[in-house]
Ligand binder design. Sequence first.
Ligand code: ADP
Ligand code: MG
Length: 351
Amino acid sequence: MNILRGGVQEFFGLDIGTTALRVVELRSNAGVSSLLRYAYVPIDNKLALSDAPGDQQKVAQAIQQLIADAKITTKNVAVGLPSQRVFTAVVDIERLSNDELAKTIKFQADSLIPTPLDESKMDWSMIGDSPVDKTKVEVLLSSVANEFVEKRLDMLESIGLNVIAFEPDTFAITRALLAKDAAISTGATMVLDVGHKATDIIININGAPRLTRSIPTGSEAIIRSAMQNLNIDEAQAQQFVMKFGVSKEKLEGQILRAISATIDILTSEIEKSLKFFQTRYPSNKLDQIIVTGGASVIPEFPLFLANKFGINVEIGNAWRNVAYPRDRQNELLAISNQFGAAVGLAERVES
Ligand SMILES: Nc1ncnc2c1ncn2[C@@H]1O[C@H](COP(=O)(O)OP(=O)(O)O)[C@@H](O)[C@H]1O
Ligand SMILES: [Mg+2]
């Protein structure tokens, strides 16, 4: 969803998350991205999700303040789109020239995206050969309601920003968390991002998404089940879940029991995605799950997944493709789990 292509040298990535606003600016030199600036500020989660003009104005003011505090001077910005608001899919399309492909996709849009084409912005990119039909290619599609992007655009332009691109958070997170040389591997990697209200599952081959799923269960639901089942308040539930996680031993496994029904929703969705993936791509083995967001800060959750699925589980590092001074390592790794989208947006290479 590039609004303006080419020519833009300086820009920053902006993640308007449910719980925080985050910005990252990188400098790219000879293929190496170095950290210039980053910043974040928590926001009330009701604000970010609200379409009310007054709330949007408050978000705009908070973004403006954050940019000033971070000392970002460029007005060019690449902005994330939350998975709940964007449709993404991998579809098989006849093997055609790029021009013909563009026409065909547009022509078939009604059957490809869930909303009418004239009410949506649609974007696509060719991934490669379809694994199920030799006459077809795989295309990664995304679409978003005009109404949503136009509101976002107005909000950002009201504080003088120039939006150079909108990109689904899931794609940005994938760019940040996967190794740049992922393109030479035949294996597949799942990225699992447990957000505040939703969890995203993205399975990638050669660094490109092949399966994306968003489920409306996130860290908020996990905390809520702890509150209800242990009869404690939110602050306490937050503290318990972040301290004891899904351990069977700590507190005699009380936390795990309290949140297990919610954890099961996530694991059964991971299982379904795995099955779907293996049916469509029988020759690509899923050999790694990279966790981020709430998934990487709930103690023992990565281990729990590794045991359950017999797959290597790694905690994602949002800065893995970014160069930065050694003495900033601790500070950057401490926020890595919530910075995937902002870093990935800043790593975009404009075409
Ligand atoms: N300060 C923090 N420490 C640890 N985890 C955090 C922090 N802030 C946010 N997170 C986690 O990062 C995830 C993503 O946050 P956010 O981007 O605000 O939500 P979403 O992606 O759902 O919009 C949340 O699930 C939350 O658990
Ligand atoms: Mg997010």
